[in-house]
Design a protein around this ligand. Structure first.
Ligand code: PMP
Length: 412
């Protein structure tokens, strides 16, 4: 049964049942995970109710149909991200996609003394897998510095690429903590100019920016469905098919083999080679519905809507004395819809607690980016992040509450 066409921006908030259940909710934590439109929820429920069977075991029609539905999402993702379908591997999330590259590529290609070049602002998901695999291979992980205003220091990047034995670059495309949009094309060109492959962590880019991954040219690109209106339990590793063909498997098991003998096995071509076991079938189908939804809204419109909210928020919050805002001036660097801040004299968790009392959800903490927090010399920040269902009225509510919180902490 056809799913309802999404409402256009900015009316699309009506498509998200969470706001019917919580009419006063101001949800400003989409960088952690996004809310789901009814179209996604229905796609999952309908699949279980009408079409459910395991896939790739097509002895009967129900299973063939489930397989077609699942594989059609690979085609959708290919179109959406501008990459060939054979280059799309479904993982559990962005974290697992980084681990896949770290173990499949890193164990084979890293050796003693080699450097994996990351950024100081990385999410732990793009640090810890490299620590683990570099540790196994005697390689080391070095970080490109960030500028005081939260950009990647491009001089330091060029310098480290030129002077260290870098075997792989692994950088975020967009910062989850500050919203900085890094110059991805330039990062790729510089790495390739040195003959070094590059992984981009697109967990915070894919939900918010129109992407053309073939044009971008990164060797590996990772993302999560749950941050882009889709369900949890699904992510993607996107790579050129010839890059995937050269990689050994990551997990072993059913569905990823060609032939198995008691003492050895041979492996399927990618992407199956990297999809061992029964995948998150319903969730992948839900992810397909999320991609349909975002495509119908238009990623250019999504981006424009968030930019409007970002600029309005920076204007509103920028005028509050006693509030420190982090991240680059949008006149200096591209920013996505993320505003990190602290209230003078208050812990970020207390600020988030007060905001929660007022029905406003923000995140507080180190945002899985402890090296970044150290570079900023703070223990934590509060973070408001925007998505398609947010409105200027949400920003007004946040600003009004923050004015009261600043006053409260100013008086104590
Ligand atoms: N990278 C970045 C920049 C992120 O923001 C996140 C999620 N906070 C991740 C990676 C990891 O995503 P997931 O937890 O879905 O694997």
């Amino acid at each position: 049964e056809p799913l309802a066409v999404p409402s256009s921006l900015p009316q699309c908030k009506a498509d998200f049942p969470i706001f019917t259940h919580h009419p006063e909710l101001v949800f400003l934590d989409s960088a952690a995970s996004a809310q789901k439109p009814q179209q996604v929820i229905s796609a999952i429920a309908n699949f279980y109710a009408q079409d459910y069977a395991n896939i790739h075991r097509g002895a009967y029609r129900l299973s063939s149909r489930a397989t077609d539905l699942f594989e059609s999402v690979r085609e959708k993702a290919a179109q959406f991200f501008g990459a060939p379908a054979e280059g799309i591997v479904f993982t559990r999330n962005a974290t697992e996609a980084v681990n896949l590259v770290a173990y499949a590529w890193g164990l084979r290609h890293l050796s003693a003394g080699d450097v994996v070049l990351v950024g100081e602002m990385e999410h732990h998901a793009n640090l810890v897998p490299w620590h683990l695999v570099a540790g196994l291979r005697g390689a080391r992980v070095e970080a490109v510095r960030m500028t005081p205003d939260g950009q990647l220091d491009l001089e330091d990047y060029a310098h480290k690429l030129a002077t260290l034995p870098v075997k792989l670059v692994a950088l975020q495309h967009v910062s989850n903590a500050l919203g900085t949009v890094h110059p991805a094309r330039e990062l790729v060109e510089q790495a390739h100019g040195r003959g070094v492959p590059i992984l981009l962590d697109g967990a915070q880019a894919a939900p918010h920016l129109p992407l053309d991954l073939a044009a971008l040219g990164a060797d590996f690109y990772v993302l999560s469905s749950h941050k882009m209106l889709g369900p949890t339990g699904v992510g993607c590793l996107i790579a050129r098919p010839e890059v995937l063909r050269d990689l050994p498997p990551f997990n072993g098991g059913g569905d990823m083999i060609r032939e198995v003998y008691p003492d050895h096995s041979t492996y399927a071509d990618p992407p199956s080679r990297f999809e061992a076991g029964t995948p998150a079938i319903a969730e992948v189908i839900g992810f397909g519905a999320a991609l349909d939804y975002l495509k119908a809204l238009g990623m250019d419109q999504v981006h424009a809507h968030e930019q409007m909210l970002l600029h309005y928020a920076l204007e509103q919050l920028g005028g509050i004395a006693g509030l420190t805002l982090y991240g680059p001036d949008p006149a200096q660097a591209q920013r996505s819809g993320v505003v990190s801040f602290n209230v003078l004299g208050a812990h970020a968790h207390d600020v988030a607690g007060f905001l929660d009392e007022a029905g406003i959800c923000v995140r507080a903490g180190h945002h899985c980016a402890q090296p970044l927090m150290r570079a900023l010399d703070v223990a934590s920040t509060a973070r408001a992040s925007f998505y398609v269902y947010n409105t200027p009225a949400d920003v007004d509510r946040l600003a009004a509450e923050l004015r009261e919180i600043v006053q409260f902490f100013g008086e104590t």
